[in-house]
Design a binder for this molecule. Sequence first.
Ligand code: 5CA
Length: 446
Amino acid sequence: MRFSRYFLPVLKETPAEAQIVSHRYMLRAGMIKQASAGIYSWLPLGFRVLRNIERIIHEEQQRAGHLPILMPTLQSAELWRESGRYDDYGQEMLRITDRHGRDMLYTPTAEELVTDIFRAHVTSYKDLPLTLYQIQWKFRDEIRPRFGVMRGREFYMKDGYNFDIDAEHALHAYNRHMVSYLRSYERMGLKAIPMRADSGPIGGEDTHEFLVLAETGESEVFYDSAITELSLGAREIDYSDWDQCALIAREWTTPYARTDETHDQALFEREVPEERRRVSRGIEVGQIFYFGTKYSAPMGATVTNDRGEQVPVHMGSHGIGVSRLVGAIIEASHDERGIVWPEGVTPFHAGIVNLRQGDAETDRACEDIYAALTEAGLEPLYDDREERAGAKFATMDLIGLPWRITVGPRGLKNGVVELTCRRTGESEELSPELAVARIREIYAGS
Ligand code: 5CA
């Protein structure tokens, strides 16, 4: 992408309404624009990041054997009356009446709708296990939408639903989701810690929230520092292997880690040596639930088991805050100059800064680098504007591309360009070909 053709409405001033750094940088970098309270339009740069997060989630969900579907945002109230949640959900649910006077609602989550799909089509245990998921907009009429996309009213969520024959199978689905979530967050460059949580309006006994540590997080968290050392890394995962999934889930849920909702101070002190006790804040970027037959029993989602009996299926639901993640990643990865995107989600793989726009040799060198990166399947952002070098650097730093290639007449005389790492600020002079090769290497396999 050429900067001169792009739509990147960068703001010089820090918007007064933004209280936290991710919201400030998202507005300043022209990623989003507020449409109304807690509701945002995604501009090209922000939309790219949102799409990258979505892609990682799709890949990891499908790797775990989960099937993507798409359900509507507007639902009839009927199903919610069947489960008993229409009256329970309260004012967070946006209720709408259509022209025929029928009660509708904008989906805050979709347990009822997916259960209705299931009961219409699945009748036998032989069709299980089944996990359906979607990535779709949700609406919760939060009383205090704030922090930009972090606590929106309209927000983008991955919601998945498993259907299993019994509690044991559903436990494997729970573990499988935990592992696939850990992998997804790692690919986004995040450390997200599963913490024992409270189930709220979704219901159920077993539930974990995934929290990214950040000072601006809305939850207070208490954990054993040992958990922050864990990583899946390049481990091969076989999602059909119950033991492997259970072992990984155990590895991540054994060290003490709880939010303020479930924290037990006495247990914390008993289990965790003092030097490893940490109290800080976290952003909830996902939650998994097992709730057994809470929806399937009242809604009649039953199958015949291997003894020919009709039994309600065991279910769980599993959510990831896709739009919230854009803010959470920024909270976890920025400095005083701007965002520092992890390579897994960056909107462009590298920036190219032309220090002397209009100088034939410099322009040609930039074009060559641009073409070489593009040919390698990468997406560079080429700052081809007639702007001062300082302004170009400031914009690149603000929008946070992990790598920058700086091209100027002085370097080219010696056959070199400069390759700069956004995170460390370290620069290296090397030939244009080597700079391209280096960037290709960094993104190889992603
Ligand atoms: N039905 C379940 C799982 S599919 C469910 O709705 N879970 S949830 O309530 O925990 O939401 C899933 C994730 O959506 C949360 O972990 C959070 O990351 C994100 N989320 C929830 N509310 C908001 C909001 N108001 N703004 C942005 N993201 C939100």
